[in-house]
Write a protein that binds this ligand. Structure first.
Ligand code: GLA
Length: 411
């Protein structure tokens, strides 16, 4: 017995010694679990303000997030995009731009948290951000510790100036750095879909950009010379074939919203509806301080948001196209479905849909609308009116660049 006890002690001691030498240190290259179980919702500074940001603006945005009802509608993150950075100090620690953020990032995070919101920051896997500020390459663990100390909850990590790096490895490094820093943070992978992040991203981050940048137009491509940005319809088309990669905790990111940035109201409504249908992160990108009634109405439509936030977490799909009129379906929990008729034409288009003649099947969600034909109540999520049941064919008109968005509930 005594011998056994001594032998056991020796085993424990040698294990401890191995530990002291660092032999059992295992780097964890995976994201924090349990975050972004539904698509993240919030606001980001880039689409409207680009590099022109400061702490007063961010505080005011946080205030309006609450007073406009957006927080109560589900928006949570206040995300600073590029250009919050100053230089690194002599030890390599990143500093905020002292002129624009004189109170520092910890104070700003505290303010945002005091409003019941969370704070996001932006960095880049390369030597410099796209806006030419210090990138995190070579400073990943140091930056992650700094963000954690400040109280950051979300990191968007961009892909400019990354010569010689491979995306999967670079994003795994920052994921490991965040894990090591210990503060749970959502990791937003922003490498524009170049290296098929949907294939390796789910274990590493919570969302990944699937495309280049969005441009504030419904249907156009903007040529910037060395790069292009894309209108809402162009981005939507680029989501083809990606829905099987999305789910709770890991989402396709077709870029931030342009709602309220200048498109006409029906285009904004169509944009928001389609982002809801494809389970996209809902990150507003407009000046919340000067929103008109229509913009607030779109961004805070709780029934449309509920389609996006449905806990089943299944991205919707295009069921059919006829004369530039698209019909999209999204399976929801409790046997419900969302349906969206999207009119991409420059003129109004008639919709005529006989539910009992269509066979809508989703092999991904293993759901079959066909078997319940006629058995659903219909609600229009924009007019908030009940439209009878699927026993009767639907016949109506959808204005140009607009949607008819419905929820079907089993009778
Ligand atoms: C890239 C990203 C954008 C934005 C800018 C900032 O273009 O894709 O979303 O973050 O950089 O410079």
């Amino acid at each position: 017995m005594k011998k056994l006890f001594i032998a056991l002690c020796l085993v424990v001691l040698s294990a401890l010694e191995a530990g002291a030498q660092g032999n059992n240190y295992i780097q964890d290259y995976t994201k924090f679990d349990g975050l972004a179980l539904t698509p993240p919702m919030g606001w980001n500074s880039w689409n409207k303000f680009a590099c022109n940001i400061n702490e007063t603006l961010i505080r005011e945005i946080a205030d309006v997030m609450v007073s406009s009802g957006m927080r109560d509608a589900g928006y949570e993150y206040i995300n600073l995009d590029d250009c919050w950075h100053g230089d690194r100090d002599s030890l390599g620690f990143i500093q905020p731009d002292a002129e624009r953020f004189p109170s520092g990032m910890k104070a700003l995070a505290d303010y945002i948290h005091s409003k019941g919101l969370k704070m996001g920051l932006y960095s880049d896997a390369g030597s410099q951000t796209c806006g030419g500020r210090p990138g995190s390459r070579g400073y990943e663990f140091q930056d992650a510790l700094t963000y954690a100390k400040w109280g950051v909850d979300y990191l968007k990590y961009d892909w400019c100036n990354t010569e010689g790096l491979k995306a999967e490895g670079a994003y795994k490094t920052i994921a490991a750095a965040l894990k090591n820093a210990g503060r749970p943070m959502v990791l937003s992978i922003c490498e524009w879909g170049n290296d098929e992040p949907w294939k390796w991203g789910p274990a590493v981050g919570h969302l990944w950009r699937t495309t280049g940048d969005i441009f504030n137009c419904f249907d156009c491509i903007e040529d910037h010379g060395t790069w292009k940005s894309f209108g809402v319809m162009q981005i939507l088309d680029k989501q083809k074939g990606l829905r099987q990669y999305a789910g709770p905790g890991h989402w396709n990111d077709p870029d931030m919203l342009e709602v309220g940035n200048g498109m006409v109201v029906n285009e904004d409504r169509a944009h928001f509806s389609m982002w809801a249908m494809i389970a996209a992160p809902l990150i507003a990108g407009n000046d919340l301080r000067s929103m008109n009634k229509e913009t607030i109405g779109i961004l805070t439509n709780k029934e449309v948001i509920a389609i996006n936030q449905d806990s089943l977490g299944v991205q919707g799909f295009k069921y059919s196209v006829k004369d530039k009129l698209e019909t999209w379906f999204k399976p929801l929990k409790d046997g419900k479905w969302a349906v969206c008729f999207l009119n991409r034409n420059d003129n109004a288009q008639e919709v005529s849909f006989d539910w009992t003649k269509e066979l809508v099947q989703d092999s991904l969600a293993k759901r079959d609308l066909g078997k319940k034909l006629g058995g659903y109540k219909i609600r229009n999520l924009w007019t908030k009116k009940e439209l009878g049941t699927t026993n009767r064919p639907l016949k109506t008109t959808v204005p140009s660049h607009d949607v008819l968005m419905l929820r079907l509930s089993p009778n």
